[in-house]
Ligand binder design. Structure first.
Ligand code: ADP
Length: 159
């Protein structure tokens, strides 16, 4: 069974993440979208909310499941028997960062391979960081969010 883990904070999941998982689906038997829990990092949305959105968004994708983990991504992959990591590349800064991480993961994960997909032009400007700023500022983040995702009422945008 060819299993890939797609790790991230997903704070919140965006259309960019969804597009990446859909394009990767034919390459693997199973994709585990996994929320990395970093207790040092303050998130806008709590873990349960982020996981619930992921479950809703991928409910119709039979190959995709949702999980969370603490500690090293490479160890999580070993625990669930995943030999592949899935990551997206939007630009050169993603590349610089991801290159080092993937080289480390190959060693720590004892042969764990990172598979990169270059984001499509229509999605390469979308990041969770920017989306969070729009939400916090009361702007309309809908164009960047999956249709299934309903923001809590306190984040309703003003026209
Ligand atoms: P992190 O907190 O590790 O940055 P994210 O949730 O922001 O995690 O992203 C997880 C993965 O999704 C990363 O590989 C990132 O490059 C990828 N990604 C995020 N947004 C996009 C996008 N718009 N297009 C393609 N890949 C993306």
């Amino acid at each position: 069974m060819k299993t890939a883990v797609f790790p991230g904070s997903f704070d919140p999941i965006t259309r960019g993440h969804v597009e990446l998982v859909k394009r990767a689906a034919p390459l693997f038997d199973r994709i585990v979208v996994a929320v990395g829990i970093n207790s040092q990092k303050q998130t806008l949305f709590d873990l349960e909310q982020r996981m619930q959105w992921l479950r809703e968004v991928f409910a119709e994708e039979p190959k995709v499941s949702v999980d969370s983990f603490e500690g090293l991504t490479a160890h999580f992959c070993q625990r669930i028997g995943a030999r592949y990591l899935l990551r997206g590349l939007r630009n050169a800064s993603d590349f610089d960062y991801e290159k080092t991480i993937s080289q480390l993961n190959e060693i720590v994960g004892e042969g764990l391979e990172t598979i990169f997909l270059i984001s499509q032009p229509a999605y390469s400007h979308i990041s969770s960081t920017i989306v969070r700023e729009i939400i916090k500022g009361g702007g309309n983040a809908r164009p960047f969010l999956p249709d299934q995702l309903q923001l809590p009422a306190r984040y309703n945008t003003t026209p």
